[in-house]
Ligand binder design. Structure first.
Ligand code: NAD
Length: 298
């Protein structure tokens, strides 16, 4: 049995910690939100009142927080992770953050003689619950090898991407491709319908043709075609618009940093910004189909 500290018990951290408990490990969880703590406690997580308590005596400490600013804030300062970790503690950040925050965590850990890996995930809330998440891990080889062992109860697949920040770089690029593919499915699905095609028939054609993608297979934004689409559920979120906007923003920032031109990603950002301006940030990101339908309805 290993002992884990876990900071961030939200939609992802909740089910992920439940899986560690299920696998027979002790988990000391910390979150600012009492409701998140109560839900995790009901799954067998031991709720602690500070980051220090979560970190002290733990073999590994995960962070699963919304944004880079949250991750930095829990690492820094007298009450933070760095102040209480030892050279034995493996630190893993599984949040989706900007490259700079991830580099900050790597460099700050290295300076203090601590072990850190970036270990973001793909697979969503359902993957977190089913322990089938894809993890992409970056860091020093001896640290990533140790991380792979700790991740096993949570993952369907773990791929070591390379050195520091390579895991988060992979995550940012992957999600950018996903949202660009989602735009293609939104436009293709609307055009096909207006050209008189039956939505299900066109989906079947695209599924065995070159229009196939994960977004087309899983998020096709037309009701009555596939069960996993939010379109069948009033566009209630499986992946929120505002989180998608955050992720595409991370890709665009990385584009500025590297000089790579990302016009399709910029267009995706416009879609998400338009929905957020309408107060639809908490709905599903596949609602961008509304922006391309002739009369704005779906
Ligand atoms: P969430 O908002 O549901 O959970 C985040 C939790 O962090 C909340 O419970 C919040 O109270 C807590 N928190 C914030 N600041 C804190 C602090 N300083 N100390 C302690 N707790 C704090 O978000 P989520 O959906 O669980 O996502 C977490 C991360 O995983 C994000 O970076 C997200 O982009 C990424 N991610 C999410 C999904 C998904 O489908 N939801 C999929 C892959 C990756």
């Amino acid at each position: 049995m290993a002992v884990y500290g876990w900071i961030g018990l939200g939609n992802m951290g909740g089910p992920m910690t439940a899986n560690l408990v299920e696998a027979g490990h002790q988990v000391k969880g910390f979150d600012l939100d009492p409701a998140a703590c109560d839900a995790a406690k009901a799954q067998g997580v031991e709720i602690v009142g500070s980051i220090a308590e979560a970190v002290q005596g733990s073999d590994a400490v995960f962070t699963m927080l919304p944004k880079g600013e949250h991750v930095r804030s829990v690492y820094e300062g007298d009450a933070g992770i760095w102040a209480h970790a030892t050279a034995q503690t493996l630190l893993l950040d599984s949040s989706t953050v900007d490259i700079e925050t991830s580099r900050f965590c790597h460099e700050g850990s290295l300076e203090r003689g601590l072990k850190f890996v970036d270990a973001p995930v793909s697979g969503g809330i359902s993957g977190a619950a089913a322990a089938t998440l894809a993890f992409m891990v970056g860091g020093l080889p001896e640290h990533t090898a140790e991380a792979v062992e700790h991740i096993k109860p949570l993952a369907g697949k773990t791929i070591v991407a390379g050195g520091a920040t390579s895991g988060i770089a992979a995550k940012i690029c992957n999600n950018m491709m996903l949202f660009i593919d989602l735009m293609a499915s939104a436009e293709g699905s609307q055009l096909a319908q207006k050209l008189g095609l039956d939505p299900k028939v066109f989906w079947e054609i695209a599924s065995v043709s070159s229009g196939r993608s994960w977004a087309q297979q899983t998020w096709y934004p037309v009701p009555g075609v596939i069960e996993t689409s939010a379109a069948d559920n009033n566009f209630d979120a499986t992946f929120r618009v505002d989180l998608a906007r955050k992720d595409i923003g991370l890709a665009l920032d990385a584009g500025v940093m590297t000089g790579v031109k990302l016009p399709a990603a910029a267009l995706a950002r416009e879609h998400f910004d338009a929905l957020i301006a309408e107060g639809l940030g908490a709905k599903d990101c596949s609602l961008i189909v509304k922006n391309v339908s002739p009369d704005g309805t779906v």
